[in-house]
Design a binder for this molecule. Structure first.
Ligand code: FES
Length: 65
């Protein structure tokens, strides 16, 4: 699914970018160009970043008994 229409960047590419260390919309933009045009996709990129961070935060929690 395309996230950034200006540059034709799909969610898969953005997820890969996040997995490789991008932590902000600007960092995703530097790596993929997504979000560096009209800015209309920033909210969607933010949501992908938040979802990714939520998953990694959960992975860092100690196991429960
Ligand atoms: S839709 Fe992403 S910068 Fe315009």
């Amino acid at each position: 699914m395309y996230v950034c229409m200006c540059f034709g960047v799909c969610d898969r590419e953005i997820r890969s970018c996040i997995a490789n260390g991008a932590r902000t919309v600007d960092e995703v933009g530097e790596a993929t160009d997504a979000g560096t045009g009209c800015g209309g996709c920033h909210e969607h990129i933010d949501a992908l970043l938040a979802a990714s961070h939520a998953c990694s935060d959960l992975a860092e929690l100690p196991p429960t008994a």
